[in-house]
Design a protein around this ligand. Structure first.
Ligand SMILES: Nc1ncnc2c1ncn2[C@@H]1O[C@H](COP(=O)(O)OP(=O)(O)O)[C@@H](O)[C@H]1O
Ligand SMILES: [Mg+2]
Length: 289
């Protein structure tokens, strides 16, 4: 049943590229409106594949199957490109890791935001600049009015990511999928972008699927978290419970591999063994309360 309070609901998602074994299998995720859900896992665990599947952006070589796939009340199971066109930007949008490649380098910032508003019928040509300015202020861009006329190369990395986020939230989506949006930024800027995502969630009530390989980032931002290992979710729960009291051996190993100030510098860092054993351990799944 479609629940109006859900931004995203996917059940038993699997994704396979070409004839390779599935890169993602049996994944179920739920993001309520107003909730930030983290997906954490090492490189290659299938996080970006899930993000792209939620936007209908996987390459043609990918085969996607799910028993449920709903985005803000729209059933996207078996959706065509035309169906995705009705959802992308309006109901769900995405922020990628590298802001420069998400922006048009030859176009000023203002028109890039205005264009999105016009495409989605959120502003006509006359209103578009004023509305673009409002959105640039919403993402807390310093000197927003002046920066409407800047080109992407005139902005810092953090400011560019603010513009990408502005474009993503311009049409008021119910779901924001953010795939490692702070990984390319330095630590202080990273913290500012996390604050921004939190405050946009508070203001707009959108749900956020936040993907990261960084447990610290997930702990700062997310209410709930799903831990991915080799294409499967091995543990879910509140971020606090999973980080403070991990149950699955993979989650425990992941937590132990983070350097901590309390551990003497010379002691070796725990390394996650490259074995299949974790996949054999049953997943620890908590339904969100
Ligand atoms: N376009 C693609 N074609 C073929 N295989 C892919 C493609 N994208 C991802 N994969 C494979 O899917 C697996 C998961 O990748 P990905 O979803 O990018 O993981 P993550 O984002 O967690 O690093 C990897 O084994 C990767 O090689
Ligand atoms: Mg990735």
């Amino acid at each position: 049943m479609i629940d109006a309070t859900d931004a995203l609901r996917v059940e038993d998602l699997s994704i396979a590229y070409g004839t390779a074994p599935p890169s993602v299998s049996g994944v179920s995720l739920r993001v309520r409106k107003g909730e930030i859900v983290g997906v954490i896992g090492e490189s290659g665990s299938g996080k970006s594949s899930i993000a792209l599947a939620m936007m209908g952006l996987l390459p043609d070589s990918a085969r996607v199957a799910a028993s449920t796939m709903e985005i803000a009340g729209s059933d996207m199971k078996g959706a065509t490109e035309l169906d995705w066109g009705q959802v992308r930007g309006l109901k769900a949008s995405m922020v990628f890791q590298e802001p420069m490649s998400a922006l048009n380098p030859c176009m000023r910032i203002g028109p890039q935001i205005a264009e999105v508003l016009q495409i989605h019928g959120k502003a006509d040509k006359k209103q578009a600049r004023a509305r673009a300015l409002e959105i640039l202020r919403l993402v807390q861009m310093p000197d927003a009015e002046k920066r409407l006329d800047y080109y992407p190369h005139q902005l810092s990395g953090g400011q560019r990511q603010r513009v990408v986020i502005a474009i993503a939230v311009a049409a008021g989506p119910d779901l924001l999928v953010a795939d490692e949006p702070t990984t390319a930024l330095d630590v202080t800027v990273q913290a500012q972008i996390l604050d921004l995502i939190r405050s946009l969630r508070d203001e707009t009530g959108m749900g956020v699927l936040f993907i990261s390989h960084d447990l610290g980032v997930i702990g700062q931002l997310c209410e709930r978290v799903a831990v991915m290992y080799r294409g499967r979710v091995v543990e879910t729960g509140t971020a606090r419970r999973v980080l403070e009291d991990p149950q699955h051996p993979y989650t425990k190993a992941l937590l132990e591999s983070i350097p901590r100030p309390s551990v003497p510098v010379r002691s070796p860092l725990a390394v996650i063994p490259a074995v299949n054993d974790f996949a054999e351990v049953p997943a620890v799944l908590e339904e969100a309360s």
